[in-house]
Design a protein around this ligand. Structure first.
Ligand code: CTP
Length: 468
């Protein structure tokens, strides 16, 4: 037998070790531990004591620090954009909170920040290539996709979103995104015109329909000179808050359920500067979205213009008019549960002006109104894609329960939460709500309570019904 040099022997042993680890579905590090543990048992020597602790400071190290056994694990996919520098801060903040982070960098991301800096912060090398035999044998893209509690994509570029929406898998990031069965949180970041582009909007709608959660983008100045608009990546702390909400609730009572919620008023344009609206604050719909997310649901909140803060861990689609709201709701299907809390304007101006209507001296302008689509009724009457539980509200100023029963039948939904919105009740814009839950089984009178309490009672009620 030809003799091997020490170098050749070393290479051969490493190859065998990787193969053995891959066959056993373990990392090389785990495989070494198992071999040494076996050796220690056989020889009585404390072989494990001889393993050097991982070198925390080096970005090149291939062993990784053992996270606490109860630590949450985030797989961070860093896309190529100027916002990539913020993902370094994001890693630091995850680690401060005891979250274990692994990082994948796309080729474009490496044009903005280096694998060295990412690796140094993460505590192990950043993964970069789909066909890198070293990391494929050590971890492999399928294990990367599965061995985490949450996948965070930050920054999520237009290109990465397009790849995800279309199921591409031609690099490590997209292959992992296709292979994962975990929740995905996207923090989009791109030029405002790219964000507004129809193709990006189509891809976003598809991703939301696929159950992906988004945080941001925010409005503001862009890196490019004289560019401003919506497209800035959410700040690291906003991404952390959204991620924590998703991580905390992974085992909640509504985990795995997709919940679609409408909230707030709609604005129906009269001309580019004036509109018809109503007094809805969005408090109730937003409180329901927060409660559903806290119960672990994948929540898509479609909101008209409101001044209440965005609930955490929820995908929010902001719309203006009833027709926009219907489009957004239809794009967000399928869903398991749909809750229509928005106070949708029943009518819009048929002949809304494209320019500001001027005073001409010839008297007030004539406006004719046409009826808006009824979003609740449209979804409740769907033949396919009808959510299994469709819930509406009934805003009434008189004969609350009687009108709600008629609405339940007319709109074809499963439950109506009826409330008195007469000015004396203070419900519109106020904090207290008195609900009567009307279903085919009868009427339940709930006590007067805060909108947050109504939201959590509704989520409990839904959880009980789904459990049945
Ligand atoms: N709704 C809707 N689309 C509309 C109007 C209402 O989705 N164009 C939904 C609301 O979100 C709510 C329910 O229908 O869940 C009832 O809304 P409400 O304003 O009480 O009833 P209307 O259908 O507008 O009937 P009316 O104004 O005659 O009481």
């Amino acid at each position: 037998m030809a003799s091997l040099t020490v170098r050749q022997l070393d290479d051969k042993l490493k190859r065998l070790l990787r193969l053995r680890a891959a066959r056993n579905g373990r990392s090389v590090e785990e495989e070494i531990r198992i071999i040494l543990r076996g050796a220690a048992e056989e020889t009585g020597l404390e072989a494990l004591d001889m393993i050097e602790p991982p070198n925390q400071g080096s970005a090149k190290q291939t062993t990784r620090p053992e996270p606490r056994s109860d630590a949450k694990r985030v797989l961070l996919i860093i896309g190529g954009g100027i916002a990539a520098y913020k993902s370094l801060d994001l890693i630091r903040r995850f680690k401060e909170r005891g979250v274990a982070v692994r990082a994948i960098m796309t080729k474009a991301a490496r044009e903005f920040i280096t694998p060295l800096s990412v690796g140094a912060l993460v505590g192990e090398s950043a993964f970069t290539d789909l066909f890198d035999p070293e990391s494929e044998f050590d971890v492999g893209h399928i294990r990367l996709a599965r061995e985490c509690d949450l996948v965070v994509v930050a920054p999520a570029t237009a290109d990465l979103m397009a790849k995800m929406a279309n199921g591409h898998a031609d690099d490590l990031a997209s292959a992992v995104l296709l292979a994962t069965d975990k929740k995905i949180l996207l923090a989009p970041a791109m030029n405002p015109r790219m964000w507004e582009n129809h193709a990006t909007k189509r891809n976003l709608a598809q991703l939301i329909a696929d159950g992906v959660t988004t945080v941001g983008p925010n409005a503001g100045e862009m890196a490019e000179r004289n560019e401003a608009g919506t497209g800035r990546m959410a700040e690291p702390l906003e991404i952390i808050a959204a991620a924590e909400a998703l991580l905390a609730n992974a085992n909640g009572a509504l985990a795995g359920q997709r919940v679609l919620i409408t909230s707030g008023p709609t604005h129906e344009p009269i001309d580019p500067v004036r509109y018809i609206a109503n007094r809805s604050s969005g408090k109730q719909g937003h409180a329901i979205a927060a409660a559903a997310a806290a119960a672990g649901a994948d929540v898509t909140l479609i909101s008209g213009p409101v001044n209440v803060p965005d609930p955490k861990g929820v995908t929010i689609i902001k719309v203006e008019s009833a027709r926009d709201m219907l489009d957004a709701v239809e794009s967000a299907l399928p869903a398991d549960i749909a809750i229509f809390a928005a106070a949708v304007a029943d009518w819009r101006v048929a002949n809304a002006g494209e320019q500001k209507i001027k005073k001409t001296g010839a008297g007030a302008p004539q406006m004719s109104l046409v009826e808006n689509p009824d979003i609740l009724s449209t979804i409740a009457h769907l033949k396919s894609k009808r959510p299994k539980l469709v819930i509406g509200f009934a805003a009434e100023t008189e004969k609350v329960v009687e009108n709600a029963k008629a609405k339940l039948a007319r709109k074809g939904c499963d439950w109506i939460l009826a409330n008195d919105v007469s000015p004396a009740s203070g419900v519109m814009g106020g904090d207290i709500n008195t609900i009567h839950l009307v279903s085919k089984d009868g009427v339940e009178d709930w006590p007067p309570q805060s909108k947050d309490e109504v939201a959590s009672m509704l989520i409990k009620r839904i959880t009980a019904t789904i459990g049945e």
